[in-house]
Design a protein. Structure first.
Length: 206
């Protein structure tokens, strides 16, 4: 007789099927009684809990989504063909204007092309003029502090939107101009704050 143990393969599917048949025949009432209890007790493990927002919040969100924003009110973008035709007509019109100006003033010469540097300088000069720079001596400066803030914010948006698309010289120029404009704005607003502080009360004279 060999000492090697023998293994017997048991098909547990048959055993399970037989147990289910016997359980269904012998204890139908117990299964019915246990079912409600099983339904009452939650199954172990994580559960998905869905919380609905209040109806008022849902209405406000839906209303905000339906209201058109500033970008939604814009007309459809022109096609590539329309843009090309318009650019060609614009360049021809600008050239005719330049020829007319040069004909009346021959010493002027051809105008240099507009570059990114001109755009940044335009923003900077506008912001400084709005903060009172360039006022002639003896005249009271006219300050548009909110307009200066808007112009400086536009330069900030320009720096953010063009990040990674500028040359090192262009980026250095833009960052320097933006820094100088913000410093001038801070100095001016600090002066305005000091000017609006009421003077301390004078001591009463005996």
């Amino acid at each position: 007789m060999s000492d090697t143990p023998k293994f017997e393969v048991i098909d547990r599917r048959k055993i399970k099927a037989e147990e289910e048949r016997e359980g269904a025949q012998s204890a139908p009432e117990k299964r019915d009684e246990a079912a409600p209890a099983a339904r009452k007790e939650p199954a172990p493990g994580p559960r998905l809990v869905v919380t609905e927002a209040p109806r008022e919040e849902q209405k406000e969100t839906a209303k905000a989504a339906e209201e058109p924003g500033p970008m939604d009110e814009l007309p459809p973008a022109p096609t590539a063909k329309e843009s090309h035709e318009q650019k060609t007509a614009y360049d021809a019109s600008a050239q005719r204007l330049e020829d007319l100006v040069r004909a009346q003033n021959p010493a002027i010469g051809p105008q240099p092309p507009v570059t990114f540097e001109h755009l940044v300088q335009q923003f900077y000069v506008t912001a400084m003029l709005q903060m009172g720079a360039g006022t002639q001596e003896g005249q009271r400066p006219r300050v548009d502090i909110m307009g200066a803030k808007a112009t400086i914010d536009l330069m900030g948006i320009l720096a953010e939107k063009t990040k990674g698309n500028l040359t090192s010289a262009e980026d250095r120029m833009l960052q320097t101009v933006l820094f100088e404009a913000r410093m001038a704005f801070l100095e001016l607003t600090n002066m305005m704050s000091v000017a609006t502080v009421p003077p301390p009360p004078q001591p009463a004279k005996n």
